[in-house]
Design a protein around this ligand. Structure first.
Ligand SMILES: [Zn+2]
Length: 363
């Protein structure tokens, strides 16, 4: 079944075998003749090696293909798409490829390669343009921090812990396109209301638009940011190679805060002017990744509970949260809850049966 042009972009929704054959040969043609850059994005329910991967969107700058993996299963990949995804020389834009790649490998034996990850490119861009995304804390990745010019051991440089931005936030910050943001927001709301939304069929128009907009926005983001990397394209490639394997390469996943959080894992993007990483021999007890010994303080190492700087920050935030909850509980014991108001309403500002978000989300 082919659907065309309900919005500005040409797209094709693929959910039967004939359509699949057609779409793959069309896509292969485009890829071969123009050496086209691709954008790839997966959707599902708790997408990872454990959760379901139900949709994969693959796009060129001109056309978006939305493959129904829930319906077609492994066939989507054995029909030729797997080959494209595994081809190292075929560059693919992704935005945070970690879960997609984990799911593709552990469920479909497809090893995603040739990735240029835009979440990483945005960090590189932000380092070079400290005013971009100024609401985000910008670490001092300045001259003092170039390799060789560093004074302290790594454990003493907590300012190098950087936040990563979500895709929606990047669209807001760098593309400033209201229409795009609206479609994206609408999709997000649908997903929030129903976490199984990607497992229901038929896919609604809103969700198809969401897939289309996602991949198209990747090209725009890339075109805006790629030059900042000036001549250092290889650095983004090396970083993306590490990122794409970060979850996939684990024997076992923990699915905890130390594994998935809003910070850039350390030693993913090589230092400016380099393409390698310092030798790693000591394991962090939080994320279980290995780092140079100087990542950890002497005291930590002596006690044996050493955590990398990112995991230290996660632990600190957890402690703050726990402290807040303790205080809350203590305050609660003395608090007066107005008559007719339930505990729930006192905490959340509305009764359980009232759904204030439905009003504010209606538009
Ligand atoms: Zn760690």
């Amino acid at each position: 079944m082919a659907s065309e042009n309900a919005i500005d972009y040409d797209y094709r929704s693929v959910d039967d075998e004939t359509g699949l054959k057609d779409a793959i040969s069309e896509l292969k043609g485009k890829v071969a003749e123009r050496k086209a850059l691709l954008a790839v994005d997966c959707e599902g329910d708790s997408l990872s090696r454990k959760g379901a991967l139900t949709i994969i969107t693959v796009a060129t700058e001109e056309k978006v293909y939305i493959f129904d993996v829930l319906k077609l299963g492994q066939l989507v990949f054995t029909s030729g798409l797997g080959e494209i995804l595994e081809d190292k020389s075929r560059e693919k834009l992704t935005f945070d490829c970690r879960q997609d790649s984990d799911a593709l490998w552990h469920q479909f034996k497809v090893k995603l390669e040739g990735v240029l990850d835009l979440q990483l490119l945005e960090v590189i861009y932000r380092r070079e343009n400290p005013t971009a995304g100024s609401t985000v804390n910008t670490p001092r990745f300045s001259a003092a921090n170039t390799r060789g010019g560093r004074r302290n051991r790594r454990s003493q440089r907590p300012d190098e812990v950087e936040r990563i931005n979500g895709f929606g936030r990047c669209i807001e910050l760098y593309l400033q396109d209201e229409k795009l943001t609206k479609i994206k927001d609408k999709g997000k709301r649908l997903i929030k209301l129903d976490t199984k939304v990607w497992t229901r069929r038929p896919l609604t128009d809103d969700l198809i638009h969401y897939c289309t907009v996602d991949t198209m926005a990747m090209f725009r983001l890339y075109n805006k940011m790629k030059d900042v990397n000036g001549g250092e394209q290889a650095r983004l490639r090396v970083a993306s190679e590490k990122y794409v394997d970060l979850y996939r390469g684990k024997t076992e996943r923990s699915f905890d805060e130390y594994e998935t959080n809003a910070y850039l894992p350390l030693d993913i993007i090589p230092d400016k002017g380099t393409l390698d990483f310092p030798a790693a021999n000591t394991e962090c007890t939080g994320c279980h990744r290995r780092f140079p010994r100087e990542e950890f303080s002497i005291t930590q190492l002596r006690k044996g509970g050493q955590k990398c700087r990112v995991c230290k920050e996660i632990k600190r935030l957890e402690d703050v949260q726990k402290h807040r909850e303790d205080q809350w509980k203590r305050a609660e014991e003395h608090v007066y809850i107005p008559e007719g108001m339930s505990d729930h309403a006192w905490h959340y500002g509305h009764e359980p049966w009232e759904k204030p978000w439905e009003n504010s989300w209606r538009w």
